[in-house]
Design a protein around this ligand. Sequence first.
Ligand code: SF4
Length: 271
Amino acid sequence: MKHRPVARPKLAVSVTGLQHAWLGAMGVDVPWIKVQAEAKAAMVQDRAGPQAEPSGLAPGVPLRPATPMVREAQPPSAAAPRPDLGGLCLDELAEQVRHCQQCALCATRRHAVAGQGVSHPQILVVGEAPGEQEDVEGQPFVGRSGQLLDNMLRSIGHDRGQTVYITNVVKCRPPANRNPKDEEIAACRAFLDRQLELLRPRVVLAMGRFAAHTLLNTDVSLQNLRQRPLELTVSGQPVPVVVTYHPAYLLRRPVDKRLAWDDLKRVASLL
Ligand code: SF4
């Protein structure tokens, strides 16, 4: 799997009244977004219900100039065990994850968390690792981080039950929510690679530095990866990658939700 820089799409967004409401729920104050010009269309779309597609995505507002800063893809660590997952479907893969003992995290987990969502998603969300509540429930992104993620996705017209698949770089909870170790990430990498092959998402949304660094095989800072044109090659096909902050970070630092909203607009522009 390789990544390479791609042409940067033109990007602009106006939001409907419904999207504005989801942004409010997400905690983003968006007074700078022009709503008036879209008011009539927004009223029509609002009547269509919460699953209506976002409207008003049109070229116009340029992103700040950006030069891709990721290095060439490197193969995962040769020391990591690489189970052969090539013939497995999504359900079989989840079963493998549930019984996996490829790294030390299997000893302390309650539930391994393979992922959740639709089998042909428009957006594949990749986070870091299950937290305490995810470990208990066996589902990714639950609790406050999950609620924020759901609001973020809804703000661009998407829903984990309809157009999204959510997973993590590491499928088992690191004790006390510590950062996952390099060897744990390497041991778990094969599962993520197989998920990418099976899911074939239209866009990958990498949330947090562990997701960005693992997917892109880079150690460039998250700040310098945001708003960059990035791409993975999955089964010979290009898949754009958008890097943004992890919801848990945004809960600790709400002021950066505005930056996350910029990243979500980028996702919307790529769909
Ligand atoms: Fe297996 Fe990944 Fe869990 Fe480690 S974190 S035991 S590699 S599923």
